[in-house]
Design a protein around this ligand. Structure first.
Ligand code: 2P0
Length: 330
């Protein structure tokens, strides 16, 4: 009873920021992301009769504590769904440089969901898989799909209508993302606690939620029409609005460092020179920059030269979840 799945991480252009139900991981707003070819997790799950508990290995290290508990909690959901009571050995390999500021939880839970359900013989549609994956980590439900995906927040209390849907495939549009890794780090407010504090205390949260439908309509038009300026402008503004909510929280917080702002200004200077490039930032200090293939060298060189930047990693638009044979595990 073994299966292996590979899922890519994603970067949100319209951010998921705020939950309406913490236990079921139901969001207050729809979000929309690009699945990224360069960063992924491969996970193999084997359910065995002779195990007395679950074991989770990440990059060959046995993981215990909070990270492992989240995996076990997710396996419990899958066991309930399949009506089976077997424990599992989970082996994950992350090709998501944690230092690049990508939440490995997105590719991690998508791959875990795919491999664990397949290993127990569940035949789920992509929609069903996305809905289940959401309960491991919200943003992970978008990584079931390649290209551009939208997570519909849904209306129902039980979460049955909250899952991602594909907007455009990876072959629709060749746009690129540069992950700009900063050399300095700071104590992180996790996205879970950051969004909770924002929902509970920030007077700007209502404005954030109210602004989402117009952003979504416009960005979907931009993706359909391959209008890079339109998509970039909306994504950059949406990111700034999300981060503005954290400044209104009590106590206030920000994910930005001084170098974060230097990179943001550099991107705006690139635009002033006629190079279309736009930034977006998640719950951390690193910056992701959207650009077109013909400007790759210019964007990479310019960003690499910003003082305080340690690395710039480039990615294309990636595929949705895939299942691997045992000998393909990588
Ligand atoms: C996103 N982020 O849309 C947003 C933008 C961070 C900023 O999804 O609590 O790890 O597991 O549902 O998915 C990060 O939050 O949080 C995130 P949980 P998750 O990508």
């Amino acid at each position: 009873m073994k299966a292996t799945a590979k899922a890519h991480t994603n970067i949100a252009l319209i951010k998921y920021w705020g939950k309406r139900n913490e236990a079921l991981i139901l969001p207050t707003n729809n979000s929309l992301s690009i699945t990224l070819d360069g960063f992924y997790t491969t996970t193999s799950v084997e359910f065995k009769e002779d195990l007395s508990k679950d074991a989770f290995y990440l990059n060959d290290c046995l993981i215990e504590g909070e990270q492992s508990n989240r995996v076990i909690k997710f396996l419990d959901l899958v066991r309930d769904l399949a009506g089976k009571e077997l424990f599992a050995e989970v082996n994950s390999t992350n090709v998501v440089p944690t230092a690049a500021g990508f939440a490995s939880s997105a590719s991690g839970f998508a791959a875990l969901a795919g491999a664990s359900t397949k290993a127990l013989g569940l035949e789920l549609s992509e929609t069903e898989l996305s809905r289940l994956t959401r309960q491991g980590s919200g943003s992970a439900c978008r990584s079931i799909f390649g290209g551009f995906a939208e997570w519909q927040k849904g209306q129902k209390e039980d979460g049955s209508d909250s899952y991602a849907v594909p907007i455009a495939t990876e072959s629709h549009w060749d746009i690129r993302v540069a992950a700009v890794v900063l050399s300095s780090k700071m104590k992180k407010v996790s996205s879970r606690s950051g969004m909770r504090r924002t929902v509970e205390t920030s007077p700007f949260f209502r404005g954030w939620v109210d602004s989402i439908p117009a952003d979504l309509t416009a960005i979907k038009e931009g993706i359909r029409d391959k209008d890079f300026e339109k998509v970039g402008q909306i994504a950059e503004a949406n990111c700034l609005k999300m981060h503005a909510t954290t400044l209104g929280a009590n106590p206030p917080f920000t994910y930005w460092l001084d170098t974060t702002m230097s990179v943001m200004q550099t991107v705006q200077e690139l635009r002033a020179k006629g190079i279309p490039a736009y930034f977006t930032i998640d719950a951390g200090p690193n910056v992701k920059v959207l650009y077109l293939p013909e400007h790759e060298d210019m964007v990479q060189n310019t960003l690499s030269n910003v003082p305080g930047v340690s690395e710039v990693k480039l990615s294309k638009v990636g595929k949705g979840i895939t299942f691997l044979k045992d000998d393909e595990f990588a």
